[in-house]
Design a protein around this ligand. Structure first.
Ligand SMILES: *[C@@H]1O[C@H](CO)[C@@H](O)[C@H](O)[C@H]1NC(C)=O
Ligand SMILES: *[C@@H]1O[C@H](CO)[C@@H](O)[C@H](O)[C@H]1NC(C)=O
Ligand SMILES: *[C@@H]1O[C@H](CO)[C@@H](O)[C@H](O)[C@H]1NC(C)=O
Length: 371
């Protein structure tokens, strides 16, 4: 529940009380106290808040490593897990626009020149890139397939024909990391380089996210990284780097490592609808609309169950899925959001375009109530 407190508090205070002179002290106090009372669950925290083009907060809390007690700073990298999906969709849309005749409506079968990608002919024949990016194939996650060490972003597509659908095509929301592995591979086929290199050249470098990295390629000895911790029978244990690296191979589904200060730049980029700090466009207006328009309906989420009226006074909802983003509202404000959970890390990013505010938090440790 920690993230939620911070989240509600930040948004309420920044939006409703212009100026809010003691905001930062209050936020600091809340996070510090939360860390103290949750010290068995949370090791490090990274927070960034952008409002009206300014970074109003970027800060690290807690420690990077329980053995050294080195403190987290705004430049310390955390796994952002599924917040990587927005990088995957943004990169793919950008590459398609620049390098190909492909569009979101292009059929997957034509790109891979394969008529039998899925178990049934309906999906094999008609599935498009937009279907891949919006989790609307009706194929459940099958996440444990990722424990197979032979699975890669390049060969995951050959497993899809064995997966039984549980929802109908284009008419259900079944979140699927394997499919984002296919999306990752697709970007590599179009861009002719590894996904990591493409994200670096097409997104990190122009946006100025110059300390961000990837679980798959980072030199763990050299980077300023908050170690991921999981609960192991009541004790926090570090997640072995080699496991994290292997688990992240699908990459576009969850391999990005980033810091509060870099994520602040990413949030500005999204608040500016795809423009860089100097005002030039990195992706077209149309591409930005495509990325943020809901393409699928989310029927059941944690927030829709617990944060709607009359149960709570301040409501929030995630009702749609765009491309790598959930869409919804918070207190009536339009919101783009994504959460990320992987071994050792949890993260949450919320963008409120009409309020010109975006909030990012990440943590290491194991707090199941973190949204
Ligand atoms: C790290 O901090 C913990 C808790 O305050 C303490 O018990 C431990 O001795 C510290 N370790 C080092 C290396 O400073
Ligand atoms: C992985 O690939 C190797 C070499 O092709 C093969 O021997 C092994 O059985 C495969 N493992 C699994 C789990 O498929
Ligand atoms: C990253 O960019 C910022 C300015 O955008 C600069 O101050 C900083 O030194 C750069 N860091 C690295 C590691 O290049």
């Amino acid at each position: 529940m920690y993230a939620l407190c911070v989240f509600f508090f930040l948004f309420a205070s920044f939006n409703l009380t212009a100026g809010c002179p003691d905001c930062f002290e209050k936020i600091d106090t809340i996070i510090e106290e939360t860390l103290r009372c949750k010290s068995k669950q949370i090791v490090g925290v990274s927070v960034a808040v952008v409002r009206s083009g300014d970074v109003v907060l970027e800060k690290g809390y807690g420690v990077k490593d329980l053995e050294t007690n080195d403190t987290v700073t705004e430049d310390t990298l955390f796994g952002i897990a599924s917040l990587s999906k927005a990088f995957a969709s943004t990169l793919l849309v950008k590459l398609m626009e620049e390098k190909t005749k492909y569009s979101l409506n292009t059929k997957v079968s034509t790109i891979f020149d394969n008529e039998g990608i899925f178990i049934d002919s309906l999906r094999s024949k008609y599935a498009t890139i937009r279907d891949l990016l919006s989790h609307r194939l009706g194929i459940p996650g099958n996440n444990r397939i990722r424990l197979d060490n032979n699975l890669t972003r390049a060969n995951v597509i050959h497993r899809l024909k064995y997966l039984q659908p549980k929802g109908s095509f284009r008419d259900s929301f079944l979140y699927n990391n394997l499919i984002y592995g296919v999306v990752t591979n697709l970007a590599e086929l179009i861009g002719g380089e590894s996904w990591e290199n493409l994200v670096k050249t097409h997104l990190f470098d122009p946006i100025g996210m110059n300390s961000s990295s990837f679980l798959t390629t980072a030199d763990f000895e050299k980077i300023d990284l908050a170690k991921g911790y999981i609960d192991y029978y009541g004790d926090l244990k570090p997640v072995p780097f080699e496991f994290s690296r292997r688990w992240a191979d699908l990459c576009g589904s969850g391999c990005v490592l980033s810091s509060a200060s870099d994520m602040a730049k990413w949030m500005k980029f999204y608040l500016d609808e795809g423009k860089l700090a100097d005002g030039t466009r990195l992706i077209s207006k149309e591409a930005f609309k495509d990325l943020t328009r809901p393409e699928n309906v989310i029927t059941t989420t944690y927030t829709s169950t617990y944060f709607t009226k009359p149960k709570v006074p301040a409501t929030t909802s995630n009702t749609g899925y765009a491309l790598g983003w959930r869409t919804g509202h918070y207190r009536g404000y339009k919101m783009l959001e994504h959460s990320g959970t992987t071994f050792g890390y949890r993260a949450l990013l919320s963008v409120f375009p009409d309020a010109d505010i975006a909030i990012y938090t990440a943590m290491t440790g194991n707090d199941p109530s973190y949204l």
